[in-house]
Design a protein around this ligand. Structure first.
Ligand code: AMP
Ligand code: ZN
Length: 466
């Protein structure tokens, strides 16, 4: 596998530290609101990387992800409010209920897109002890200092600070904006918080733990270093996230980890580009975001979204439009129908693929820094190719181990259920995921009134005529 490494700005041969094992860490969501399809693009790209390492190279990937349930402020530069506390206040929810609701929504979004779950998820609040230990180590080694408000990492004492993003220390003018609280005791503008004290603007912070520096809560970055080191070791193979993480979050994770251990933190940094809407990053703060619920409500299959993502390379920005999703949905339906036809023709018998030029080309494209648009083009070539149906079926399903489009699970919508009922059913599914049970009951009632019945089973729901 050849992979682009943000640290070297080059495509390199991927060589794990302990083959065939690969230690992969990816930064998880801050669970204060719905996961949107911008986040999901980043998670699908990590999923493709993981599937490629496993299926093409035979690696065993140990994938760990964190869930940020405290400490991420509205400004990535330690300014503003804690996103979790702000979200709970705004929605009138208990903070732990908020965490549960949006963690569940994140998980259901992952499964809607057939994203393989990491081997383990760990929360920031579940690792306070490890975070405090790491901060204490930084104190011992002269990389941390304390003010009345917080404990900081001293970036001036870490000579490689800025190496990942290529930014110089004096280019960071953080905290210099108007109306932004600045701790006057902070030594360098780029210094970042390791521990917030429950004083001043955080006097009433709900989530707090005792620490050697008084009650408070961890800064955003320390959780990833503590969790990554605890479960994957001091140096790992791949660390993944979105490009917005490079200059602050990942630079800081790298600095504090390497300062504490004296070893490289990560061998390969993998960063996914943004999903855009009308030329701007899809984000909660701009309010230009859509969720998997919106995708389903408009009658689209989430797998069509996965196909749409694959059509853009992970290092290119991608502009989202509903028209593009509609086209992908049509293409996805064609693919599924094609599989159904092949299954009928062959009695669902797949050939053994011994040597196939298509398989080789598909493999080569993915091994070359995950060229998914080209891999998808080869999939369509196979669909159109003049080859035996059993070989075709085997090839497509083999490709789909990596593409993850769920082509083998032919969820055929029964033709005798009208579109209108299917639409109401999908809306009900979204309402249930959002735990809006009043709405979901109302929709069930509507479905009943129109002469259909919906039953929830272990495998999902079933619609029948009454
Ligand atoms: P957050 O919950 O904000 O920490 O984001 C979770 C992940 O989604 C991070 O890896 C972000 O870089 C990524 N992300 C956020 N917005 C977008 C977007 N519009 N396009 C692609 N990735 C995104
Ligand atoms: Zn992280």
């Amino acid at each position: 596998m050849r992979l682009y490494n943000t640290a070297t700005k080059q495509i390199e041969d991927f060589k794990p530290l302990n083959p065939p094992n690969v230690a992969l860490y990816s930064c998880g969501p801050t669970v204060y609101d719905y996961t949107h399809i911008g986040h999901l693009r980043a998670y699908v790209n990590v999923d493709l990387l993981k599937r490629s390492l496993v299926y093409l190279d035979g690696f065993k990937v140990n994938h760990v992800m964190n869930i940020t349930d405290v400490g991420h402020l509205t400004g990535d530069d330690d300014t503003g409010e804690d996103k979790l506390e702000k979200g709970a206040k705004k929605k009138g929810l208990d903070i732990w209920d908020l965490v549960k609701i949006y963690t569940d929504y994140f998980f259901s979004s992952l499964s809607a897109l057939n994203i393989k779950k990491p081997n383990n998820f760990y929360t920031a609040t579940g690792h306070i002890k490890e975070e405090i230990n790491l901060i204490e180590k930084l104190f011992e080694d002269g990389f941390a200092y304390e003010t009345d408000e917080a404990v900081y990492f001293n970036t001036a004492n870490f000579k490689n600070y800025g190496a990942l993003s290529g930014q110089k220390l004096n280019e960071k003018i953080l905290g210099a904006r108007e109306n932004v609280h600045v701790d006057t005791k902070k030594k360098n503008p780029a210094d970042f918080v390791l521990w917030f004290k429950a004083v001043g603007r955080f006097k009433n912070h709900i989530m707090r733990w005792p620490s050697p520096w008084g009650d408070g809560f961890p800064g955003w970055h320390i959780e990833c270093s503590a969790i990554s080191m605890k479960y994957l070791g001091e140096t790992i193979d791949i660390h993944a996230g979105g490009v917005d993480h490079i200059s602050v979050h990942h630079e800081n994770e790298k600095a504090q980890s390497e300062a504490a251990t004296g070893k490289p933190f990560v061998k390969y940094w993998f960063h996914s580009e943004f999903l855009m809407v009308d030329g701007r990053k899809m984000s909660k703060s701009l309010g230009n975001f859509y969720t998997i619920g919106d995708v389903k409500n408009k009658g689209f299959d989430p797998m069509a979204l996965r196909l749409l993502y694959l059509q853009t390379h992970y290092r290119q920005t991608m502009n989202f439009t509903w028209d593009a999703l509609e086209a992908a949905d049509t293409a996805y339906k064609r693919l599924k129908n094609h599989i159904l036809e092949l299954k009928e023709k062959t009695g669902n018998k797949k050939a053994d693929i011994v040597a196939s030029k298509y398989k080789q080309e598909f493999r080569d494209e993915l091994l070359n820094d995950l060229q998914t648009p080209k891999a998808v083009a080869i999939l369509w070539e196979v669909v159109k190719a003049d080859i035996e149906p059993d070989e075709k079926l085997a090839l497509i399903l083999n490709f789909d181990e990596i593409l993850g489009l769920g082509l083998d699970e032919a969820d055929v919508v029964k033709a005798d259920i009208p579109e209108e009922i299917i639409k109401l059913t999908k809306e009900r599914e979204v309402a249930r995921e959002e735990k809006n049970f009043a709405k979901s009951d109302e929709l069930r009632q509507k479905i009943n009134e129109k002469g259909y019945e919906i039953k929830d089973t272990e495998e999902g729901y079933k619609i029948t005529k009454r």
